[in-house]
Design a protein around this ligand. Structure first.
Ligand code: HEM
Length: 195
C-alpha cells in the first residue's frame, strides 16, 4: 500500500519529466510546469486534510497512516513550484522577485502559504518534532490558514474563469466543516457509542 501511495504521489512529477523528456510540454514550458506543480501541491494538501477528516469520521487512527507521506509530498511539490518561479522563471533576480512579491498579491499569497506549511514539514521529521515540540499545536493549526491562503493564491492568479479555484474552495470548505469543534465532538461521541 505504501509503495502504491508513493507511486500515486509521484505521478505528477513523472508526467512532467516524461513531457520534458519527450518535448511534450506546452509552448510556455515554465508556466506549464509551474501550474502542474502548483496543482499537485494544492491537491495533495487537500488529500492530507481528507485523511485527517477520515480519522474524525471513522474514529480509526489507522486512517492517519499516509498523512505524513501526503503532507511531505505536498511540501515537496510546493517547494519545487516556488523554485521554478523564483529560480527558473525569475532566475533568483532580487529585483524581479521583490517586484513580484510586492506587486502581485497572488505571489505574496503563495509565499505566505509556503512559509506557513514549512514548520509542519519540519516537524514531520523526528529532529523537528523534538525541537519544536512546544509549538506542535500552533504548527498543526497553521496548516488551515495556509490552505485557505493557497486557495486564495490560485483564485487571485486566475484572470476571468475562476471556477477551478472555486472547486478547490468548495472542497476545502467541506473538509473544514469537520474541524468545527461541535461537529468533531459529534463524531467522537458517535464513534464511542457505536465503535
Ligand atoms: C513562494 C511560493 C509560491 C509562488 C511564488 C507561486 C507562484 C505561482 C505562479 C507564478 C503560478 C502561475 C501563475 C500564472 O498562471 O501565471 C502559480 C500557480 C499556482 N500555484 Fe503557486 N506559488 C507559490 C506557492 C504555492 C503553494 C504553497 C501552493 C499550494 C499549496 C500553490 C498552488 C498553486 C496552484 C494550484 C496554481 C494554479 C495552477 C493552475 O493554474 O492550474 N502555489 N503559483
Amino acid at each position: 500500500m505504501r509503495f502504491a501511495a508513493h507511486v500515486l504521489a509521484l505521478l505528477p512529477l513523472t508526467a512532467i519529466c516524461w513531457d520534458i523528456y519527450f518535448g511534450q510540454l506546452s509552448p510556455n514550458p515554465i508556466e506549464d510546469v509551474t501550474h502542474r506543480t502548483g496543482n499537485a501541491a494544492l491537491t495533495l494538501l487537500l488529500v492530507t486534510h481528507t485523511i485527517t477528516i477520515t480519522r474524525i469520521i471513522t474514529g480509526r487512527a489507522s486512517a492517519l497512516t499516509f498523512r505524513r507521506l501526503t503532507g511531505l509530498y505536498t511540501y515537496f511539490y510546493a517547494v519545487l513550484h516556488a523554485f521554478i518561479f523564483f529560480g527558473v522563471d525569475y532566475r533568483f533576480d532580487y529585483n524581479l522577485i521583490s517586484d513580484g512579491i510586492f506587486t502581485k498579491p497572488y505571489v505574496l499569497a503563495g509565499l505566505t502559504a509556503l512559509l506557513l506549511i514549512t514548520p509542519r514539514a519540519i516537524t514531520s521529521f523526528r529532529f523537528g518534532a523534538v525541537r519544536l515540540r512546544n509549538y506542535a499545536v500552533v504548527i498543526n493549526l497553521l496548516v488551515y490558514p495556509a490552505t485557505a491562503i493557497a486557495v486564495l493564491h490560485f483564485y487571485w492568479l486566475l484572470k476571468k474563469e475562476k471556477s477551478e479555484a472555486l472547486v478547490y474552495l468548495a472542497m476545502m470548505a467541506f473538509l473544514f466543516v469537520f474541524r468545527i469543534p461541535w461537529v468533531k465532538s459529534r463524531f467522537t461521541r458517535l464513534n464511542k457509542t457505536c465503535p
